[in-house]
Write a protein that binds this ligand. Structure first.
Ligand SMILES: O=C(O)CCC(=O)C(=O)O
Ligand SMILES: [Fe+2]
Length: 356
């Protein structure tokens, strides 16, 4: 049976003042960062570092000097942070609003209607639920989700009616940006611009859209929207509904991400870490919750083809200085491993590390 969503939990107890004990995230109780989580999210300390901003229009510039500088900046952002905010990306604001509204519409369906999209198996193309993997978790996350495979085959829930068109269009447009970023990243690694596209067989690339809903939580300092994790795939695309809550780990600190309206966030996934032989690392990030407004985010995990075998690019493996640091694995096997495990830091990628 499907576990109760956060949405229905709140619908049944609209005056909830304390969260059920199964949502109390005690793992970090002695962690200062977590203790002061809420305060730091609301205060937005001005002196806090921020992730790099990439101006996409420079990356597509016809001026070779400007373009090569943009590629250098992109490489630096990947190396230093693994997370960056892209502006001037050309994806229309209306389109970003439309997909956000479509996802909100989905979450607003009745529990009965959503049942149809519950999805039981890992590779079911449409799957909605709550937390991450409730059957394995002792503590649940304050999050409902919808996951949809949108490439190479496009799938979409049939409800709400506007979902399919908004989703198709948004995925298509954001994919154009992702593709050019991956070409720039390829170049920044000293590889042919189309190396990643070819080696990962991106024509059949696996793209999974994950919509996250974080309703207001009466005790936000005790709960977690999404625990520290890295993403699978090459590059994740992330947008939100104007409400902050994402934190990224940088030099051992949790940094609040203040998202510039209408920008798109990107972050390095585990498979780019493998492909780059560890030069670009996937980054730990988490989502915190608040007690005022419903936060939504929409991620697209842009991965290799399910059948692609992912291992470090031979050009980036050097026996003396950069020995091969990860064993290769088929993307499909990694996907199934990750989705059927607990979401726990970089534990999945750790299994592929070679200790040199
Ligand atoms: O909600 C967020 O900002 C983060 C979501 C996320 O990390 C994910 O969907 O993988
Ligand atoms: Fe993530």
């Amino acid at each position: 049976m499907m576990m109760k969503s956060i949405k229905s939990l709140l619908a049944e107890s609209p005056n909830l003042t304390s969260i059920p004990s199964t949502y109390i995230f005690t793992q970090n109780i002695h962690d200062d960062h977590h203790h002061h989580l809420q305060a730091s999210v609301l205060e937005h300390p001005a002196d806090q570092e921020q992730i790099p901003i990439i101006d996409f229009s420079l990356l597509t510039s016809s001026d070779p000097l400007q373009r090569s500088k943009a590629i250098k900046d992109l490489g630096k952002a990947c190396e230093d942070w693994g997370f960056f905010m892209v502006i001037n990306h050309g994806v229309a604001e209306e389109l970003m609003d439309a997909i956000m509204e479509a996802c909100r519409g989905f979450f607003n369906l009745s529990e009965e209607e959503k049942k149809e999209f519950e999805g039981k198996r890992m590779l079911d193309p449409i799957r909605c639920g709550t937390s991450f993997n409730p059957s394995l978790e002792k503590v649940f996350f304050w999050r409902d989700f919808l996951k949809v495979f949108v490439h190479p085959q496009f799938h979409s829930p049939s409800k709400p009616p506007a979902f399919s068109e908004a989703c198709l269009e948004y995925c298509k447009k954001s994919q154009e940006v992702t593709q050019l970023l991956l070409e720039g990243i390829s170049e920044s690694l000293g590889l042919e611009p189309n190396y990643i596209t070819k080696a990962m067989n991106l024509e059949l690339g696996s793209q999974m859209l994950a919509a996250n809903l974080y309703p207001p939580c009466p005790q936000p300092e005790l709960a977690m929207g999404m625990p520290p994790h890295s993403d699978l795939g090459l590059l994740t695309t992330l947008i939100q509904n104007g409400i902050d809550g994402l934190q990224v780990q940088h030099n051992g600190n949790w940094v609040n991400i203040n998202v510039i309206p209408n920008s798109i966030l990107f972050n390095i996934g585990d498979h780019l870490e493998i492909l780059s032989n560890g030069k670009y690392k996937s980054v730990l990030h988490r989502a915190v919750v608040n007690n005022k407004e419903t936060r939504m985010s929409i991620a697209i995990a842009n991965g290799p083809a399910l059948e692609a075998f992912v291992s470090p690019a031979p050009k980036l493996v050097e026996h003396e200085n950069h020995p091969q640091a990860y064993i290769g694995m088929k993307y499909k096997d990694y996907y199934q491993l990750q989705q059927s495990s607990k979401l726990d830091g970089k534990s999945c990628l750790d299994r592929l590390r070679i200790s040199n």
